[in-house]
Design a protein around this ligand. Structure first.
Ligand code: NAP
Length: 345
């Protein structure tokens, strides 16, 4: 039976460190724990939510009358075949611990994704990405518990619809990821084209090995993003808009030169630029929440902030962007209510 705690604050379960309380939190370190936690939800006729470190979730101030399954299945194994290294990590492992584990061994593939908060199980859900690399490039498959059938299923990466910070797991709350397998390699090419990494290289920071790159990325991130031990945040709150060439041309003809990057036949525009240079919102504050000065895509909550304040600031930003530049921006962060697994009993 998993350890089940009652009336735990969302603030303890999420990196936003805000929100009301949760009726039951079940600490799941095995598949049996998951099954028993779902049985608990069923017995009480309550919805349930699956959570890792809660690093991409905006909870609500209202109490959640349901069960949170905190996935804590641990373990990393590897095997070498055909010159590749196949690493399988359990869903509850810290993503960054996995990056450290593989880069220490000199294996290439996920070094640019160092320092991203969250668990291994959450990485495919969000198709995490940073500094020009996405997890879909090395992810091979996951094993997941299918809540519809109670079976463990093997899902190859081709079936996950992975795209920019998106996957099938964001749209179908029926799988619980148990472990993920990655294909890494002993030989690799550094991806150090992003401005901050380029600058680090020019300043003499070593970037020759996966471990060097992971270390440099962590240093850059810790200087550029809010201190999680003090502030509440879920990293980038919004996605960068992906525009058709026509929409981008019309935007630049109205607002002048805007940085842009080709993205699968379309054009990705850094939202941070729009928020900063067109709307002047860098550092914009409402009571206890604000857009981070170093990166306005990041919403920061001071200790004691209400979840409602975060939601209201996010809505205000969405409205301002729409009114000023005509873009409906999308969120990376998910609300806790959108995470509910329902209708299984
Ligand atoms: P940055 O390097 O200042 O660049 C600003 C934006 O321009 C980024 O959002 C990035 O898009 C895009 N960009 C820059 N150089 C690019 C290139 N050579 N090719 C394609 N796109 C390029 O960004 P930053 O805020 O310091 O973040 C650095 C990286 O970490 C980014 O990849 C960012 O996505 C990632 N990150 C993610 C989170 C999160 O919570 N999801 C939090 C912090 C940082 P992309 O965002 O699409 O890469």
């Amino acid at each position: 039976m998993p350890q089940v705690l009652e009336r735990i604050s969302w603030a303890e379960l999420t990196t936003f460190k805000a929100g009301g309380s949760v009726r039951y939190v079940a600490h799941c370190s095995t598949v049996e724990d998951i099954e028993e936690s779902i049985a608990l939800a069923k017995e009480k006729q309550l919805p349930f939510i699956v959570l890792g470190e809660g690093s991409n979730v905006l909870p609500e101030d209202d109490d959640f009358e349901g069960v949170v399954l905190q996935i804590a299945i641990m373990g990393i194994t590897e095997r070498e075949e055909d010159g590749n290294i196949y690493v399988t990590a359990s869903a509850g492992e810290s993503w960054d611990r996995l990056v450290e584990y593989v880069t220490m061994r000199g294996w290439w593939g996920v070094e640019n994704l160092a320092g991203i908060p969250g668990t291994v199980g959450a990485a495919p859900v969000q198709n995490i990405g940073a500094y020009g690399v996405e997890v879909r490039e090395t992810l091979l498959s996951v094993d997941a518990y299918d809540c519809k059938t109670g079976e463990v299923v093997h899902i190859p990466v081709e079936k996950m619809n992975l795209s920019y910070r998106d996957s099938v797991f964001k749209h179908e709350n029926c799988y619980i990821i148990l472990r993920a397998t990655f294909r890494l390699s002993k030989e690799g090419v550094p991806h150090i084209g992003y401005p901050d990494l380029k600058k680090a290289g020019e300043a003499g920071v070593p970037l020759a090995s996966p471990h060097d790159i992971a270390k440099a990325v962590r240093t850059i991130r810790s200087a550029k993003f809010p201190d999680l031990s003090v502030f509440g945040t879920a990293g980038s709150f919004f996605k960068n808009p992906i525009l058709t060439p026509e929409a981008f041309a019309s935007l630049s003809s109205e607002f002048g030169a805007i940085p842009s990057f080709p993205h699968e036949g379309k054009i990705k525009v850094p939202l941070a630029f729009i928020l900063d240079h067109i709307l002047g919102l860098k550092g914009y504050r409402k009571e206890h929440v604000f857009l981070f000065g170093n990166q306005p895509l990041v919403i920061v909550a001071e200790p004691g902030a209400h979840a409602k304040e975060i939601e209201e600031l996010a809505q205000e930003i969405e409205k301002k962007v729409f009114e000023r530049v005509g873009l409906s921006i999308e969120r990376e962060v998910r609300t806790s209510s959108s995470l509910e697994y329902k209708n299984f009993f």
